[in-house]
Design a binder for this molecule. Sequence first.
Ligand code: PGA
Length: 251
Amino acid sequence: MRKKIVAGNWKMNTTVQEGVELAKAVAEKAAQTPENVGLIIAPPFTHLCCVAEAVEGSKVQLSAQNCADHTSGAYTGEVSAAMLKSVGCQWTILGHSERRQYYGETDEKLVEKTKLALAQGLGVILCVGENLAQREAGEHFTVCQEQIKNVLYNFTAEQMANIIVAYEPVWAIGTGKTATAEQAEEIHACIRRTLAEKFGEQVAEDTTILYGGSCKPSNAKELFAQKDIDGGLIGGAALKADDFIAIAMSY
Ligand code: PGA
């Protein structure tokens, strides 16, 4: 049985002090959530050390929002996979649409980043998803398939055990417009088929595929009830401990 996960992407929000408070509140309430639902929070880099301490002893795992595409050296402003590992991260998000859109993150770069993250023993939450123009042009299936192929087809079935996919339609991120459960499910099923073509049925069945894009307590239940939706990557609603926990309780 594949893992159910609810992950919070805090993006560029909260000061360290606010972040520690939020993490503590999440950790405290985490015990109420179903045992088979994993919780991950992804605060900004500056918060990771303190937040690692704040969630210690709870089931909450720690993720970064990005990592460098080089191991170490003269890359001013970058943070390596080894650095993330050293502060207690278990995961890193990679390929978020905001990184693809504003910071020129390409599938080629994501292959490098994924390699380096996995080599350090970090799990990877790889984001894929179409933008509004692509959806309106009917290209949503192909765009997601291509992103999956371009990045994940460079890895092995064994490595897939440490990779989560997050489907995030760009038009639904932070807009209040959620994909309908049917719209999300058909892409999730397509992503799973694309994984099966390369890695076989079993790996595809075992891969956790999250939905992200205006997921909140009021719509999580319907989304999570879909056969191929294994949880959520939550932005805005992850900044309130009660909402984040309520989403995890939707299982
Ligand atoms: P949102 O963001 O929940 O605020 O739409 C999701 C994400 O970008 O991961």
